[in-house]
Design a protein around this ligand. Sequence first.
Ligand code: ZN
Ligand code: ZN
Length: 404
Amino acid sequence: MVGKVGKIAIAVGFISFFTFVSFFGRLPALRNTPIGALYRLIWIYIPRALAALDARVTGGNISRYLARTSTYLLHEKHPLVLILFLGLITVCSILFLYSALPLLSVAQFLPVSILLPAPYYFTYLCARSSSSLIIESNHDQHLHEYPYDYVLYHPHKTCRTCLLSKPARSKHCSICRACVAKCDHHCIWVNNCLGKENYRWFLILLLSVGVLELYGSWLAWSVLSPRLQYRASVYDAPSAPSLWTRFIYLIIETVSIGGFSVTGVGLLALLTAPLPLALLLYHLYLIWTGMTTNETVKWSDWREDMADGVVFKAKRSEAVAINGPSGLPQRPDTKFYGENPSLDEVHVDWPVGSDQLLVRTIRGQPPGASEAQSNIWKRCWRLNDVDNIYDLGFWDNLLDVLRG
Ligand SMILES: [Zn+2]
Ligand SMILES: [Zn+2]
């Protein structure tokens, strides 16, 4: 029996850890940590080694089949993960309630009637929302939501697919096949992009799943514990077993009394509750710093280029006076942002302004052919020297998110 419980514990622990690494390992903040390294090992190096093996053994047949399937799963819009996610909640809830309902008091059950429908409702709100997608009719409205910061976002850029000028903080999503206003990320759990309108529902979804799981695991414990206390006392008397032995016995007893439907579901809920709650904390951190997930990648790229010493900063007003509207001299070693200067720049009322222009160069020399052009640029080593104009402070950032 101990062996069986041990195997279940190892399997559950392994799945939880694997999910954690897959979830958080790709975040730029963890790029240079063991979690990031493990993520690359699991998702990049091992698949590469297996592909090389397959190329030798089957001539690459398995790789091609898997590539086609994963292209569909990763790059096409499909509700498979959403169905699995809601399916898991549904199956677990039915199993749990079928066994535990007769044992619950009305007061214990009442919160379930609110907590259980919540994840379905907020998943629906996240998945159904299309008003973050930028189309001709709402394009002007989205252009007026945020100003360009001349670091992450520059005016006069046109999306090659949508053929609309890109509003600040937007991003084209190849899965949704549209530009998304204040794009955070494409979420496969809700089969939609999270942007200006539905990001707030995503945060409440994370909260609702976490709270449901914690409450579910507490209910499982409250159903099982009266019976456990009686049985656990059996092990107390004869040989004063160690705390660890008693814990193992407690688990065995819990499994034998509650079975999978109460103990299994309760344990699964307890072990997976930290995932949505940790993700919620991470998103609260992003709100605190005034960033979207998409922007963390852009800031992280800037940080690495700054460390390489190839980033230069100038006062935009000075750069524009010398070099014209883009602020950048036309030289092959600078990236020119003004793709379509004929577009009008939109004025946005925004509490924070910044007279900055940032540029990354290829050779690490200040941009500009003449001395006057070069003198205005200062090498920029740290992100702290750059303003994030989208950060208005935690409460205003949160308000901006909740307004949608
Ligand atoms: Zn687009
Ligand atoms: Zn998308």
